[in-house]
Ligand binder design. Sequence first.
Ligand code: ASP
Length: 326
Amino acid sequence: MKITRRDFVKTGAVLSGGLIANQVSPSKIFSGQNSGSPLIAVSTWGDTIKSGEKAYEYLNEGKNSLDALEAGIWIAENDPDNNSVGYGGLPDEDGIVTLDASVMDWNGNAGSVAALEGIKNPISVAKLVMQKTKHVMLAGDGAKKFALENGFKEENLLTEKSRKAWENWKRKNPHNPNRVDEHNHDTIGMLAIDKFNNLSGGVSTSGMGWKIHGRVGDSPVIGAAMFVDNEIGGAVATGNGEFVMRTVGSFLIVEKMRDGLTPQEACEFAIKRIYKKAKLDKDIQIGYLAINKKGEIGAYSLYDGFTYAVATSIPGSVIKSDFLLK
Ligand code: ASP
């Protein structure tokens, strides 16, 4: 069964505080591994488990963490049934699919794309921005031009299903354009550690369904939806990007880990910071996922329903995050 965020919202009660698939406790995740680097890929939302497993396959073949997470994130980006990432992602209020993504490697290099149109794999464009340019972020038409010049193909990212969903929304909201639906967005955020003990992070999303054309979320903003420091660890975010940006959540988590907090404590700190500082509608969900260089994992969200996938030498697990507002 494909586990989605919405399935969790429906079935959340049975899944309290623990594992959903492959009954492996997080503390046992590394027991089967050789000492040294904890080869691992963790990703936001349980339904990204296939992405994590692909990334792990790469890590196990000796590939680096950046290439591994790129390969993993492609699975989500190429999946027409994933309506919040890449191909099949929900469009903005004008019916246009615009994508945000970023990557960061173990040397502290970073690349991102914002509001990219017509290119299925923004994670790879972000990687190329990092590797081929002196810049960190390319946006809109410039990002697309750069992608096309570098061999990416232009494609229609609107599927029949996402076009119908948009038409349906448009019919119901003809005079209320700036009304995003809190249930129509998610991000794949992935952190991976390779055999060289190098950590990379990457995120990709189509952002909020029905957003204002040109809206950019937290995903391409380095330090907001994703931040990695190879000495310490990394963090990724999903949920309402405006709140994540205002508190630079992923950077905050890495800095709290630098101060000695565990990944779990650091994620809880960042969620509590949002709760303290922001005026939250009850519908607003934010989830953080973090890992340190020992391979210890933390996750925390505002509300019930956030899950994450862990792919390592034992079969991948889907784990339910703890949350603040019980
Ligand atoms: N953070 C993404 C954005 O605001 C959406 C999500 O992860 O739910 O664009």
